[in-house]
Write a protein that binds this ligand. Structure first.
Ligand SMILES: C[S@@+](CC[C@H](N)C(=O)[O-])C[C@H]1O[C@@H](n2cnc3c(N)ncnc32)[C@H](O)[C@@H]1O
Length: 427
C-alpha cells in the first residue's frame, strides 16, 4: 500500500480497481471501516497517504462533493510552509496546537525531547496517533481539547500552530474554519500563547488577518502583542482583495458553479458588513523575553529557499543585538558575513550606454535580496569577525574617498540594516 501511495493520491479509480483485483482474485480481505469503504469488488480509499521527506502520513481523502466537518487535512501548502519555517532549536517540550494528521508534531520530534499534540477533532487525534506509529515515533503525547485547555499550567520551549485561519462566514471544515468572527482565532492564540511559553521560548503560527477599511492593519496587528512580554516578528507574505480571497477559497469548497456563486455572495456580504477590504497572510513568530521592552517587527516575507527556521532565530538574535547597541557601541562590535551569500551584477544596455546593478542575495533560508553598491559588497565580504566595525568604517571611507565623520552615520545605518536582514552576523 505504501509503495502505491502516489497512485492512491492521484488516481482513486485505479486504486479501486487494484483493490478490486486483490479482493476478487487474490482473496485479500478489506472491510469497510477506518481506511476504506468496501462495496463488493469496489474498494474506495477514505484516506490518502502523503509523503513528506522521510515521513509518510495518512489523512482523509478530500471529497468536496461531501464536505465533512471532521475531515482530517493532509499535508497542505500551509503545512509545508510552516514545516520549513519551524525554528529547529533544541526543545525540551514542544506543543503542536491543532495537530491534524500530526505532521508538525512528527517533524518537531526530531529536535524535541518531548512533544505534546493537541486537537479538538477526535478523528484528527486518532489519525495523528496512527501516523506516529506508522513513522515509528512513540514519544508524542496526544491530547483532545480546545486550544490551550488540555495543557493548562504547562509551559513549552516551542509552540507551533497551523490554525484554521480561513476568514469565512461559515464553518465547513474544522481544519480551515474556526467558527469565530473574522481573525479572532489567530488573535486569541497570540494573546493566550505567552503564559504557555517558557522564558526565551518561541511560538510560531501561520495567520490570516483582516485589513479593515480606513484602518492601518499593521497597527491593529501590533495591538495583539500589547503586554505579551514577547518580541514579535511578522513575515507578511501577501494580501488578497476580499473578492479574490473568497473566490480562491470557495473554488475548493463548492464543486458546483451555482453553489459557488451563492457562497461567494454570502462571503462578500459578510466582508462588507464587517468592513473588510483585504486579507493578509503571514507567519507570526513570537519569543518570550524578559527584556525591559519588547519589539514588534512586520515586514515582507522574502522567498524561502529550503528550511528557514535558523534564519528566523538569527533574526531574533540580530534584533536584540541592535536594540542593545547604540551607534557608537555598534562600531566597537565585530561581525562576520553570512556563509550563504551571492553577489550579482546585472548589466543593463540602453541607448545611453550600459548601467551596472549590483545586489547581494542569500542562496538559502530567508532569501533576502538587497541592492548594494560594490564598495559595500566588498566591505561585507571582508567582514570575518576579526576586527571591530570602526576599522571597516575607516577602510571603506578611504576606498570611497569620503570623510570618515561624514560617512559614519550612513555606514552605521547600512550596517544596521545588513545585521537586521542577516547579511552580517554578530560574533
Ligand atoms: C490547518 S489544520 C493543521 C493540521 C496540521 N497541523 C498541519 O499543519 O497540517 C488545523 C487543525 O486545528 C484543529 N483545530 C481547529 N480548531 C481547534 C481548536 N479550537 N482547538 C484545537 N484544535 C483545533 C483542526 O481540527 C485541524 O486539525
Amino acid at each position: 500500500m505504501l509503495k502505491n501511495c502516489r497512485c492512491i493520491r492521484n488516481d482513486g479509480r485505479r486504486f479501486r480497481s487494484i483493490c478490486g483485483v486483490l479482493v476478487g482474485k487474490a482473496g485479500c480481505r478489506f472491510s469497510s471501516g477506518y481506511f476504506c469503504h468496501v462495496n463488493g469488488c469496489d474498494v474506495m480509499a477514505t484516506v490518502e497517504l502523503c509523503p513528506y521527506g522521510s515521513l509518510v502520513v495518512a489523512a482523509d481523502w478530500s471529497d468536496e462533493t461531501q464536505p465533512n466537518l471532521h475531515q482530517v487535512m493532509g499535508i497542505a501548502a500551509s503545512s509545508r510552509t510552516l514545516a520549513q519555517a519551524i525554528i529547529p532549536c533544541h526543545s525540551h517540550v514542544t506543543l503542536d496546537l491543532g495537530t491534524g494528521c500530526g505532521i508538525l508534531a512528527l517533524l518537531a520530534a526530531a529536535h524535541s525531547e518531548q512533544v505534546v499534540a493537541v486537537d479538538s477533532n477526535p478523528r484528527a487525534l486518532r489519525m495523528a496517533r496512527f501516523n506516529a506509529l506508522l513513522n515509528g515515533t512513540t514519544d508524542i503525547e496526544f491530547l483532545e481539547g480546545n486550544l490551550f485547555e488540555p495543557v493548562r499550567g504547562r509551559q513549552f520551549d516551542l509552540i507551533v500552530c497551523n490554525p484554521p485561519f480561513v476568514i469565512a462566514p461559515q464553518q465547513i471544515y474544522l481544519h480551515s474554519h474556526s467558527g469565530m468572527p473574522l481573525d479572532r482565532l489567530c488573535e486569541t492564540i497570540v494573546r493566550t500563547a505567552p503564559v504557555f511559553m517558557r522564558q526565551g521560548g518561541y511560538c510560531q503560527l501561520l495567520c490570516n488577518w483582516v485589513q479593515l477599511a480606513g484602518a492601518d492593519w499593521r497597527a491593529r496587528l501590533e495591538t495583539w502583542f500589547d503586554g505579551s512580554g514577547c518580541d514579535a516578528w511578522i513575515l507578511h507574505s501577501h494580501s488578497e482583495e476580499v473578492a479574490d480571497y473568497a473566490s480562491n477559497r470557495i473554488s475548493n469548497l463548492a464543486p458546483v458553479a451555482a453553489q459557488r456563486e451563492k457562497q461567494f455572495n454570502t462571503w462578500m456580504d459578510y466582508y462588507e458588513r464587517e468592513r473588510v477590504e483585504a486579507i493578509g497572510f503571514g507567519l507570526v513568530t513570537m519569543r518570550r523575553s524578559n527584556r525591559s521592552s519588547n519589539w514588534f517587527r512586520c515586514e515582507s516575507w522574502p522567498e524561502m529557499v529550503g528550511p528557514c527556521g535558523d534564519a528566523i532565530e538569527r533574526g531574533f538574535v540580530a534584533r536584540n543585538f541592535l536594540e542593545d547597541h547604540g551607534d557608537r557601541d555598534l562600531l566597537e562590535t565585530r561581525v562576520r558575513h553570512a556563509p550563504n551569500l551571492q553577489w550579482r551584477q546585472d548589466h543593463d544596455i540602453s541607448d545611453l550606454g550600459t548601467a551596472v546593478h549590483s545586489s547581494l542575495h542569500f542562496t538559502s533560508g530567508l532569501a533576502y535580496t538587497a541592492k548594494m553598491d560594490s564598495a559595500i559588497v566588498k566591505f561585507v565580504s571582508r567582514c570575518a569577525g576579526d576586527r571591530p566595525l570602526s576599522e571597516y568604517l575607516r577602510e571603506t571611507a578611504a576606498i570611497s574617498g569620503e570623510d570618515v565623520c561624514q560617512f559614519s552615520p550612513r555606514f552605521v545605518k547600512v550596517v544596521r540594516r545588513l545585521i537586521e536582514l542577516g547579511f552580517l552576523l554578530p560574533v
